[in-house]
Design a protein around this ligand. Sequence first.
Ligand code: CA
Length: 221
Amino acid sequence: MRVLLVEDDALLGDGIRAGLKLADYAVDWVRDGEAARLALSSHDYDACVLDLGLPKKDGLAVLATLRGGGSKLPVLILTARDTQADKIAGLDAGADDYLTKPFDLGELQARMRALMRRSAGAAAPTIEHDGVVLEPASKRVTLNGQPVTLSAREYALLLDLMSHKNQLRTRSQLEESLYAWGEEKESNTVEVYIHHLRKKLGTHFIRTVRGFGYVLEDSAA
Ligand code: CA
């Protein structure tokens, strides 16, 4: 497991790196936000331990860039900012967990383990595809920054497709996501709502795979 440690305090960084190494993580340590951004864009990590108060680029900005790019990398924030507002801001920006300084190395190691266990889940606060941004926490959908009003069924269908980008979704798989409440199924529901979504989001947004189902594909560019 490879971890990026972002910490500008030399003494603290040295201690955290040693602690993570003891727990058998391979640790890359950078000391400012810009170096963190570069490292995250050029290497594959299994997790990131991120300080908030950093030179060149604030930790929250680093996190925002990471999540904006669609990364689901598990991120644990280390912060001396122990106000409730800072914790909320960090979690809302897409952090998976946080520790307030000073902290115990044993607790950091335990939280890293928990982070790794959960890392299969979606960590990004929003899902983006082709100009459409979907925010599951608020169920808000925008197209090129403009709010899009969707019915509950349209939203459920879109959420399913956006959660499975580049994966073919069969009609029955999509039907299951529409009828999660044990309701009686109407015929052609999926086709009808796909049609509605195309009218609202653009005809090219969802591709039909004839005889199989539908897919949201990243453009070849
Ligand atoms: Ca700092």
